[in-house]
Design a binder for this molecule. Structure first.
Ligand SMILES: NC(=O)c1ccc[n+]([C@@H]2O[C@H](COP(=O)([O-])OP(=O)(O)OC[C@H]3O[C@@H](n4cnc5c(N)ncnc54)[C@H](O)[C@@H]3O)[C@@H](O)[C@H]2O)c1
Length: 357
């Protein structure tokens, strides 16, 4: 019988409760030992509920990662805190001998991305970035089509998540905490997934456009993601963009177009859409398709697969990497390049000029 892995959760807000905690609870080789969160009443409540609902020992609660590390022995932590704390907390955990599953975005600046990569490498521990969409079953199927060469030479890709309305509430719209609006929140997913499906080509330049338009128009009956951290519940602070677009060139000659919106006067669509076009075929996500030619006839294939339990698959992969030492699918090296591209997009928008890497 394997020893149980001792896991701590840092930040017990919306995504910790919706994604991380339930996925760890499904495993009988993992024990959630401790929670760290400065919002005392919530962290106590979460620990109490977990013990009552699942018949497990009540986890220890702490106000900070440092207090947690000081007091209990852990193997790994999930970091599920607001964006501006990601790198500091991940560095602290790695330097204290812990494996880390870090929520997206991995960092908020090119310097942060580089620092985390160096620290992770020196620590010898697993640092996995929570790029949840890479763990979708339909995405895994598209990856197989691309890797088998079914698309031929890839030369153009498009990705988008265009909400008519859907700014998250809470710290997400406060640029000091989130580091950006839809670009850092959902753009990171769209860009990361499409770039990964393309085979992670090296970016050579980006041209970006960020716009603050209609995101804070205070309409009624909008259902959206709500951060649980106290403050900014009504988005009184709205200092981020609400729309972003970009054009990225790669050393393979291929280009990628990205469009993401929390608010845009067009059709509501919360889905992550991908199109990748090649010389022999193309694929799309949502709807899931492979477009090709057979016997001199245009063909269209619908792979029979859904999204699957992607959070569970993400957590299972993290635990597998911790146990075996294998490099995560969503690793720190690729995470750093994604941060470089995201920050390049924002910088290009500020300068109103293309940024070259
Ligand atoms: N992978 C996904 O699809 C996905 C989906 C939603 C959110 N996220 C990411 O998860 C992270 C958390 O988002 P959320 O919606 O759960 O936010 P949230 O506000 O609901 O929860 C954040 C929690 O972290 C706590 N916290 C703040 N600073 C802390 C610190 N220094 N140490 C410990 N705890 C601290 C807060 O008190 C709060 O309980 C964000 O980075 C977000 O981008 C990812």
């Amino acid at each position: 019988m394997q020893e149980k892995l001792r896991v701590g959760i840092v930040g017990v807000g919306a995504i910790a409760q919706a994604g991380h905690i339930p996925s760890y609870l499904r495993r009988d080789d993992v024990e959630i030992i401790a929670f760290a969160d400065p919002e005392e009443s919530r962290v106590r409540e979460v620990a109490k509920k977990l013990a009552a609902d699942h018949g497990v020992a009540t986890a220890h609660v702490y106000a900070s990662l440092a207090a947690m590390v000081e007091d209990v022995t852990l193997d790994a932590v999930s970091i599920c805190t607001p964006n501006n704390s990601h790198v500091e907390l991940a560095v602290y955990a790695l330097e204290h001998g812990l494996h880390v599953l870090l929520e997206k975005p991995m960092g908020l600046s090119r310097e942060e991305g580089a620092r985390l990569k160096d620290v992770a490498r020196a620590s010898g521990k697993t640092l996995m970035v929570g790029m949840t969409h890479r763990y979708r079953e339909d995405a895994a199927v598209l990856k197989r089509f691309v890797e088998a060469g079914d698309l031929g030479e890839l030369y153009y890709a498009k990705t988008r998540i265009l909400r008519r309305r859907g700014s998250p509430t809470g710290w997400f719209t406060d640029a000091k905490v989130s580091g950006g609006g839809p670009l850092m929140d959902i753009g990171v997913h769209a860009l990361d997934l499409t770039w990964w499906l393309m085979g992670t080509p090296r970016p050579i330049s980006v041209s970006g456009f960020l716009h603050k338009g209609i995101g804070n128009d205070g309409l009624d009956f909008i259902n959206t993601w709500q951060a649980q951290s106290a403050g900014n519940e009504d988005n009184q602070i709205y200092t981020t963009e609400d729309f972003a677009a970009a054009f990225i060139r790669f050393d393979t000659g291929a280009v990628l177009q990205v469009e993401v919106a929390w608010s845009l006067n067009g059709e509501q669509d919360d889905a992550l859409k991908v199109d990748i076009f090649g010389s022999k075929g193309g694929v799309s996500l949502d709807p899931l398709r492979y477009y090709s030619v057979a016997h001199r006839v245009l063909t269209e294939t619908k792979p029979v697969v859904g999204m699957g339990a992607y959070y569970e698959r993400e957590i299972n992969h993290f635990l597998e990497c911790v146990r075996t030492g294998q490099t995560p699918i969503s690793n720190v090296t690729e995470g750093r390049t994604v941060i470089d591209m995201l920050c390049g997009i924002a910088e290009s928008s500020r300068q109103q000029a293309e940024i070259r890497f």
